[in-house]
Design a protein around this ligand. Structure first.
Ligand code: NAD
Length: 509
């Protein structure tokens, strides 16, 4: 199935398809000058068309959000806490509906979709403790009769711009903390799989969140630029590819907005000679091919250290070959399709060029038996990959696992630290000293020890280094409360009138 036109005007062939509209102030808005198709990646069929916001729609959303935020900012923390508990309950009750929506538009298998909801809910659970996270500090008697306290106040209206690959989890990372901290949100989800964000907004509304605090505005670059340019937006959270993350970071910073922009990844998994090779092969296959490799924490490079490479590659190959590829709604399927036909073309191109670059194509996903319709490709395993090959240097974002062979632990560390991406990495070993040194030596934001996808639990925060994150604060967890609040320091004194005098000196103590 092929298609090329991504953005269309209303009235084109697909104009009969149901519209996915914006949610502004609790109202669904379907009118738009432009729409883009939404496909089921497992069949290639268009299932809907999503409205693409223009500047005027963004202006309306920001205005509505700003007005609602003035009251929400003053809502008791106990009220906000109740919303968090209730939203958690509702999202859990509606998990099947939400997972089905994710699978229908993203393609990942249903169990994986349910898994991303669980990981998103971790942040709702963390935010239910918002009263603790918003506590300030106090120091009495910093000088004679003078006390100082610090409070955390919301930024105002923040923009949350999210990628296609986690249509529920990443919005839940951002919007939950932003709301818990007293902000109003304009969520701009990926136009590829826009429906999950509306279900999340509905759940929060049903949980008692006032209208206008969580707004969903769909769109492409036009909508994103309108948000970045809008003076009413004070903070921007972004997750997506590195070129767009850099753009968001630069544009936001230039306009004085607080910004965190998470980018792409190339995650390496080091397998030491002493590792349990069957466990390492299980982990590599799960982490490389789960969600068809469309995870920012997917393992895309196995670094085989010493003389274990041949055995390890064979163990990975046999496991990868046995994976069941198919529609994500089929419980037998372990791996679904890619998101779009363009993504399929891109990944197929990397696999096609790998042999010419000098890689050994140990398993070629193009030869895998896959459904006739939809954007499927089987798992690919490339051996003898080296830096300088496109398959190594680029983020492929598909089910392609490369194996780089190195002599020693030092070579592995040098390889990873030279990579421009630094989101996640892992070491597989049975030696505690090696693991400890790796943790210290490696220049990557999230590290797994015998854990291939070390996404931190909700009580910690998530973020990579280098080209995987532009900004200073990581996402969700404690750092998110820092991002979504401004600290204000109040110095106070209650002097007797008799103590008052004119003094032009700089205040000391
Ligand atoms: P993307 O960068 O294409 O899109 C992300 C968001 O930016 C979407 O909402 C999209 O509408 C918007 N956008 C796209 N092009 C734009 C432009 N020119 N100007 C302004 N906005 C634009 O990313 P994607 O394909 O949706 O997601 C996959 C990427 O996200 C991968 O690179 C993956 O590694 C990365 N990712 C990173 C993390 C992380 O935590 N670091 C997590 C998930 C995904």
């Amino acid at each position: 199935m092929t298609h090329t036109a991504d953005t269309q005007t209303a009235g084109a062939v697909e104009s009969q398809a149901p519209i996915v509209g914006h949610s502004i102030g609790g109202e669904l808005v379907h009118d738009s000058d432009r729409y883009t198709p939404v496909y089921n990646p497992a069949t290639g069929e268009q299932t809907a068309r999503v409205a693409l916001a223009d500047h005027a729609t963004v202006d309306t959303a920001v205005e509505v959000a700003a007005s609602a935020q003035r009251a929400w900012r003053k809502a008791g923390l106990a009220k906000r806490t109740q919303v968090m508990f209730k939203a958690r309950q509702i999202l859990d009750e509606r998990r099947d509906e939400l997972a089905a929506s994710i699978t229908a538009e993203h393609g990942k298998v249903l169990s994986d979709a349910a898994g991303e909801i669980t990981r998103g809910l971790e942040n709702v659970e963390f935010c239910a403790g918002l009263m603790h996270h918003l506590k300030g500090e106090y120091a009495e008697q910093v000088a004679g009769g003078v006390d100082v306290h610090q409070v955390r106040q919301p930024l105002g209206v923040v923009a949350c711009i999210t990628p296609f690959n986690f249509p529920a989890m990443v919005p839940l990372w951002m919007v939950t903390t932003a709301i818990a901290a007293g902000n109003a949100v304009i969520l701009k989800p990926s136009e590829r799989d826009p429906s999950a964000s509306l279900l999340i907004a509905e759940a929060f509304r049903d949980a008692g969140l006032p209208d206008g605090i969580l707004n969903v505005v769909h769109g492409d670059k036009t909508a994103v630029d309108a948000l970045l340019e809008h003076p009413g937006i004070t903070g921007v959270s972004f997750v997506g590819s590195t070129p767009i993350a850099k753009y968001i970071y630069a544009q936001s910073a230039e306009r004085g907005k607080r910004v965190q922009a998470l980018g792409g990844a190339k995650n390496h998994m080091v397998v030491m000679p002493d590792a349990h090779l069957d466990s390492a092969a299980d982990a590599a296959v799960s982490a490389a091919y789960g969600s068809a490799g469309e995870r920012c924490m997917a393992i895309s490079v196995v670094v085989a250290v010493g003389d274990i490479a041949d055995e390890l590659v064979e163990k990975i190959r046999t496991r990868a070959e046995a994976l069941v590829i198919g529609d994500g709604t089929d419980p037998a399927s372990e791996m679904g399709p890619l998101i779009t036909n363009d993504a399929l073309d891109r990944v197929t191109g990397y696999v096609a060029g790998a042999a010419d670059e000098g890689a050994a194509v140990t398993l070629d996903g193009r030869s895998t038996q896959v459904p006739d319709q939809g954007y499927f490709i089987g798992p690919t395993l490339l051996d003898h990959v080296t830096p300088g090959m496109k398959v190594y240097d680029d983020e492929i974002f598909g089910p392609v696992l490369s194996v780089v062979r190195v002599e020693s632990y030092d070579d592995a560390v040098e390889l990873i630290n030279a990579n421009r991406y630094a989101n996640g990495t892992a070491v597989f070993t049975r030696d505690g000293k090696t693991a400890r040194e790796f943790e210290m030596d490696i220049e990557v934001g999230m590290v797994g020890v015998n854990v291939p996808i070390p996404v931190p639990v909700g009580a910690f925060s998530f973020g990579g280094w280098k080209d995987s994150l532009f900004g200073d604060t990581h996402m969700y967890g404690p750092e998110a409360f820092n991002f979504y609040t401004r600290r204000k320091v109040v110095t106070s004194r209650w002097p007797e009138p008799s103590e008052s005098q004119v003094n032009l000196g700089f205040p000391t103590h």
